[in-house]
Design a protein around this ligand. Structure first.
Ligand SMILES: Nc1ncnc2c1ncn2[C@@H]1O[C@H](COP(=O)(O)OP(=O)(O)O)[C@@H](O)[C@H]1O
Ligand SMILES: [Mg+2]
Length: 381
C-alpha cells in the first residue's frame, strides 16, 4: 500500500506531503490541485510502463510527460510556477510497500522527457534505479493498476477490442475505453473481494456482480458484452426486467448516459485484487444522489477488500457514503484519509478533516461541503 506522496515543485504544489490510506478522498474547489495529485502517480506509472524510469542500455532515465495516461506538456507546464531556484527541480516521492522512493527530475523548459538525477546527484535520490521498480513499489508499478479520468468515453455503439490492453495488461483504459472488452473476456472471473460480492446476484462472476451493482443504480438492468464478428470491436447492450416481462436489447446510445458512464468504475472496483491501486476522477459524474452514495459503498468495499482507492470528488453523497461505511464498521476510520485542497496565492494548501469511528468529521473548513448549510441559512433567514 502507498502511505504517502510528496510533491515538490510539481504543478500547483511548491511542496506538499499527503497521507495516503486504503481509501483517500481528494476534495476542494475547482482548480485546487486534486487532479494534479492523481497525475503525479499516473506520470510515474506511465514513465515506468514506457521503460523510462529504469531504462535498459544507454538511455537516460526520465519522466515521460506525455503518453497514454497523462499529457502534461513540457517542463514549463509541470514545474511549479513560483519554484525556489535553490531547491530541487521537480521531485515526486512515494512511501509505501516498505520503502521510500524519490524521483528528482532536472528542469528543462521545452522538454517533455525530464531527465532524472541518478543516485547522489541533484539531492538525494532513492529511486532505486538499479532495482526493478515493480519489486520496489508493487502497488504503483504492479498489475491491476487503473486510472479512470473524468473524461470517460461516452456511450457508443461499439468499443475497441484490444487483446493487449485487456489480457496482457488488465487495463480498462484511462477513459474506460477497454471496459466492455474487459467485461466480455472476464465475465466469468470470480469477484475476489468478499465485501464486493452482492450475494443474491446471479451469476456470481464479474458480469453478474457488475449487473448487481448496476441494479443498485438502475433497478432491473441487465448487461451483455459480446464481440462483433470479423471486426476489431465489441458491443455492449442493455435490457430491463427478465423472463416474459423482459425488454428487448438496447444499445448504450439509447440508454441513460449515467449507466454506461459509470460502468468502468464498477468494473475497476469489482475486478480489484489485494494490492491493486485505483485512481478515480469524479466517479459521481452523471449519477443521481443515491447512486453517488452507492459509488462510495462500492469503493469502500474495494478498499476493505485490500485495494487502494484514491478518489477525486465533488460529491457530498460520496463523502457521506464513506462516513456511513466507517460508522457501520465495514471500513476502519484509520483506513480513510480526506484531503481538502484550497488555493493560497500561487500554491495549493491542504487541510485534513479526519473521519472518526462514529463517521463524524473532526473539522469543517470553510468551503468544505458546506453549500447545503449556506443555502439553507439563506432560505431560512
Ligand atoms: N506549473 C504550475 N505552477 C503553478 N500552478 C499550476 C501549475 N500548473 C497548474 N497549476 C495550477 O493547478 C491548478 C489545477 O490543478 P488541478 O489538479 O487540475 O485542479 P482540480 O482540483 O480541479 O483537479 C490550477 O489552479 C493551476 O493554476
Ligand atoms: Mg480535477
Amino acid at each position: 500500500m502507498l502511505e504517502s506522496l510528496t510533491l515538490t515543485n510539481f504543478k500547483a504544489f511548491a511542496h506538499q506531503e499527503l497521507r495516503l490510506a486504503p481509501f483517500t478522498l481528494l476534495t476542494g474547489l475547482n482548480s485546487s490541485g486534486k487532479s494534479s495529485v492523481l497525475q503525479s502517480l499516473a506520470l510515474l506509472r506511465q514513465s515506468y510502463e514506457s521503460g523510462d524510469l529504469a531504462p535498459v542500455g544507454s538511455r537516460e532515465p526520465g519522466l515521460l510527460l506525455n503518453d497514454e495516461l497523462v499529457q502534461l506538456g513540457t517542463g514549463r507546464d509541470v514545474r511549479h510556477e513560483s519554484y525556489d531556484e535553490a531547491g530541487p527541480h521537480i521531485a515526486l516521492a512515494v512511501r509505501g510497500d516498505g520503502v521510500k522512493a524519490q524521483w528528482t527530475a532536472r528542469y528543462e523548459q521545452e522538454a517533455d522527457h525530464l531527465k532524472l538525477f541518478q543516485n547522489g546527484k541533484g539531492g538525494e535520490n532513492r529511486s532505486g534505479l538499479s532495482r526493478d521498480p515493480i519489486a520496489l513499489l508493487p502497488t504503483l508499478f504492479g498489475p491491476g493498476f487503473q486510472y479512470l479520468k473524468a473524461d470517460r468515453v461516452s456511450p457508443q455503439v461499439s468499443y475497441p477490442r484490444s487483446h493487449h490492453a485487456v489480457t496482457t495488461r488488465g487495463f480498462l483504459g484511462a477513459h474506460g475505453e477497454h471496459t466492455v472488452n474487459y467485461l466480455r473476456i472476464n465475465q466469468d472471473e470470480p469477484v475476489v473481494g468478499k465485501r464486493l460480492r452482492i450475494s443474491d446476484a446471479h451469476p456470481v462472476g464479474l458480469l453478474g456482480q457488475t449487473q448487481a451493482w448496476m441494479q443498485k443504480l438502475c433497478p432491473g438492468v441487465n448487461l451483455k458484452a459480446e464481440d462483433i464478428a470479423d471486426t476489431d470491436t465489441v458491443r455492449l447492450s442493455y435490457s430491463f426486467g427478465s423472463g416474459a416481462l423482459g425488454s428487448n436489447s438496447y444499445r448504450p446510445t439509447n440508454v441513460g448516459f449515467g449507466l454506461t458512464y459509470v460502468l468502468p468504475i464498477v468494473v475497476a472496483c469489482l475486478s480489484a485484487r489485494p494490492g491493486t491501486l485505483i485512481l478515480l476522477e469524479n466517479p459521481e459524474a452523471h449519477l443521481h444522489p443515491q447512486g453517488q452514495t452507492w459509488m462510495a459503498y462500492l469503493a469502500s468495499a474495494a478498499a476493505a477488500s485490500g485495494a487502494q482507492i484514491i478518489m477525486e470528488t465533488h460529491s457530498d453523497h460520496v463523502l457521506n457514503g464513506l462516513r456511513l461505511r466507517v460508522k457501520q464498521g465495514t471500513l476502519h476510520s484509520d483506513d480513510t484519509a480526506v484531503h481538502y485542497f484550497r488555493r493560497k496565492e500561487l500554491t495549493s494548501e491542504v487541510v485534513n478533516p479526519v473521519i472518526g469511528p462514529d463517521g463524524r468529521l473532526s473539522e469543517w473548513p470553510e468551503g468544505f461541503f458546506d453549500e447545503w448549510e449556506n443555502s439553507l441559512d439563506q432560505l431560512l433567514d
